[in-house]
Design a binder for this molecule. Sequence first.
Ligand code: SAM
Length: 280
Amino acid sequence: MIVYQEALHGTNGQFMQISAIVHHSKSAFQEILVVETPRMGRVLILDGIVQTTEKDEFFYHEMLTHLPLFAHGAATRALIIGGGDGGILRECLKHGALRATMVEIDGEVVEVCRRLMPSLSAGAFADARAELIIADGIKYVLESRASFDLIIVDSTDPAGPGAVLFTEAFYRGCLDRLSPRGILVTQNGVPFYQRQELVDSVRFFRGLFPFSGFYRVAVPTYFGGDMALGWACKGEDITRTDPALIRARFQAAKIATQYYNPAIHQAAFAVPAYLEAALG
Ligand code: SAM
């Protein structure tokens, strides 16, 4: 039996039994590993950190897309930064009125995932509403003149190529790319082990946006408890959207989900006391 042990948090972490190594390469940006596991199906691992698994990817991909899209209610343009496996793109395009631009730094991740973990993108890359740009996300937001109703930062952790996506300069670039009611949502780690990452991002959000905060999702694969998803908005406090409106939008959309629903939408904004204190 081969066991994969993740070292993201140093002294504590997760292990998983591996039945086969399906792919292993080193791109210009990171080490790319796809392994077969008896419990979680195929698993994408970048630079030794578990990114997503076939079995529980929907928790995270549904929460990072449907929550902001149903909070906004009328989004037509989405920008995805990162997201190489295609899970975020797949969920975004379930919203019929949406066109999505995806800016991913490593084309090899896209190619490997389309070929070896096709259930994540489920054909989304071939959708006429999808535009894939292989580039550094910070370069795109600083140089583009396009406007978006939603920016989703589905990045790796703040190390290697992902580090720039946790900077004030990047968030300022996102602010400039957002439409008046535009919403930014970000992958912000597991705060029990990566608290400073969340504190820093929320501090930057507070300096740039009138409304910001974070919401929670507990993803089985992300060791250490709840994961924090940051949010920031120019136009409104999305924690105050009328629950009846969220329900009506969700019902009208007729989108099949496995995790997200209007009740989860509301509950996700409940912040534990220790993090309220850490965020001041
Ligand atoms: N969607 C998965 C999940 O469930 O968490 C994992 C995230 S996805 C694999 C992270 C992607 O961010 C990777 O494909 C990586 O290449 C990309 N990435 C890292 N730094 C980037 C940057 N500066 N600009 C654009 N994409 C970047």
